[in-house]
Design a protein. Sequence first.
Length: 243
Amino acid sequence: MYMSADLSSTVSMSSVMIVDDHPLYSDALAATLTHIFENCQIHRAGSLLETLALLDEGIEPDLILLDLKLPDVSGISSFEELTVRLSRARILVISSLASPELVRSLLDRGAMGFLPKESSAKTLRHAISEIAAGRRYVPPEYRDAKDEEPEQGDELCSVFGVNPQLAQLTPQQKRILKLICTGNPNKQIAYELSLAEATVKAHITALLRRLGVRNRTQAAVLVEQLAARSGGGEPEIQAFLKN
């Protein structure tokens, strides 16, 4: 990762956490971040355990830069643990572990983006700018056909596309929320989406936090209320539930 003079940005984040066990790379990443953000606290952890300890201390990062290969865990497990613990932090995975299938799995689980470790600082800045604007970032070589297509049914439910509370959900969380709204228990949701029941529970915990509600019933009521506010009423919510 090289440094560039044009990294100054109006992107604003008050707290960023780097989770990487390679000191030299972590140092370079931290140095790059200081060129992107002004007055931003940069926290660093070298393992999942250290990361959770920082979160227990009350640190609430706006953005987490996460390596998937850590001393105490490798692969998607660390990502899933963080999504359960955090409701508002955006996670950008920066890792040498990479494939279109892995990236798709990360996006389905709520990642805001992915970068291979060999990416330049300029690419990092662009990715963070996209994420700060509420958009996801994935390099073209790691995209698959699904990344280029709109989520099925989103065009039928305008409230899902424009309401910030619902728009922040991942595609997988949207699918789970739709099944919650039709009264499906976790076991049935797991069957319908070919997921482990524990994974479904983790997704539900994350989506409830993102929606700011306490339970499944409140989530379903919120969807109906948002549809009514948007002017769509019952037909719109039915279109949402059917797709």
